[in-house]
Design a protein around this ligand. Structure first.
Ligand SMILES: Nc1ncnc2c1ncn2[C@@H]1O[C@H](COP(=O)(O)OP(=O)(O)OP(=O)(O)O)[C@@H](O)[C@H]1O
Ligand SMILES: [Mg+2]
Length: 322
């Protein structure tokens, strides 16, 4: 298999802080690796090293077969980067931003303009292309930023939290753009704090915590690490919740979570579910919601680290879009 990204033992220290503490990454060509982790986990540091913007203190990384430290120039010619904070020039229009990048990449004026038009169209920005970027909404800037990273038709694309701060609609729009890139054969490394995002887009997922990879696998493999599915039962009458909790505890041998008006418990053997349904029926409990699902990545993170990603710090990214 050909790997577009191969990193081994990456270390980056800032004083006492080990932003990266021995990270290995492998991304096969044409695949999307989701790097999932809470604030301060080391995601941006890893992206900056792979994108040749930062030198590692130890370890090696190859992108497209080129070494990111000794062959940075070659690496730069085949990558695109959408940083965590929108990097568009506020004073320039959408078209001007993209044309400028094309020119910097050595494209002719005509080619740059053609590429700009094509990308604005693709990102639904054609109408806004003549307006200064400072008049754009956060979502529009994010799209322009992503368009900017695609001007040079990169083989490998780094997207650092591309949807942080976007509303759900803009987020799903951006997901479909990313899927389009994957269909074109682009290799993507995408960082995110959103478990759902990694679940939606990624072929493989690595989970970062405190500068280390604490888990690796496909979304399904990671979900399987909790060794369980999850049963959720919401009684149609709220006063039946304790009774539902008792039935689940009796059958599953585990105290369920009773928050949010429903009982939630891990199920290790799906064959126990019919027994639960029978017991609920005998007790006269009607369920308005009864679902057996795979563990969410949130639950996986909790199982691996003992805490939820949000527990670390409060995300404070909004100012980037102010
Ligand atoms: N230039 C720097 N100087 C000092 N410490 C830094 C620097 N850059 C990063 N760090 C520290 O390294 C750690 C990892 O930071 P990094 O930005 O890579 O995390 P992240 O996973 O991208 O977080 P977020 O989700 O908040 O963007 C953090 O503890 C951060 O404070
Ligand atoms: Mg970051």
């Amino acid at each position: 298999m050909t790997y577009a990204i191969q990193a081994e033992g990456l270390v980056k220290r800032y004083g006492e802080t080990r932003a990266l503490d021995g990270v290995d990454l492998l991304v096969p060509q044409g695949r999307l690796l989701g790097v999932l982790g809470p604030n301060g986990a080391g995601k941006t540091t890893a992206v900056r090293i792979l994108a040749t913007l930062l030198r590692p203190d130890a370890g090696t990384a190859l992108v497209g077969g080129y070494d990111v430290t000794s062959q940075a120039h070659q690496v730069r010619s085949l990558i695109g980067l959408t940083g965590q904070y929108a990097a568009v020039d506020e004073m320039l229009t959408g078209v001007e931003n993209l044309v400028m990048i094309g020119r910097l990449l050595g494209m002719t004026r005509a080619d740059s303009r053609a590429r700009a038009g094509e990308l604005l169209e693709r990102f639904d920005l054609s109408d806004a292309g003549g307006r200064a970027a400072k008049t754009y909404s956060g979502g529009m800037r994010r799209r322009l930023d992503l368009a900017a990273s695609l001007v040079g038709r990169p083989q490998v694309l780094f997207l650092d939290e591309p949807t942080t701060g976007l509303d759900p609609r803009s987020r799903t729009d951006l997901w479909s753009v990313v899927r389009g890139l994957m269909a074109d054969g682009v290799t993507v490394l995408l960082t995110t704090q959103y478990l759902e995002e990694a679940d939606q887009l990624a072929d493989d997922i690595v989970v970062f915590d405190h500068g280390r990879v604490i888990a690796f696998g496909t979304s399904d493999q990671l979900k399987a690490t909790t060794g369980a599915q999850v049963l959720e039962v919401r009684p149609s009458q709220a006063e039946h919740l304790d009774l539902v909790g008792k039935v689940l505890a009796d059958v599953l041998g585990e105290i369920p979570d009773l928050s949010g008006g429903r009982a939630t418990a891990s199920v290790h053997d799906p064959a126990t579910v019919p027994a639960i349904v029978r017991r609920l029926d005998e007790q006269g409990v009607i369920a308005s919601e009864l679902a057996l699902r795979k563990s969410s990545l949130d639950e996986v993170f909790l199982a691996i680290t003992g805490h939820l990603p949000e527990d670390e710090e409060t995300p404070d990214k909004e100012e980037a879009f102010a």
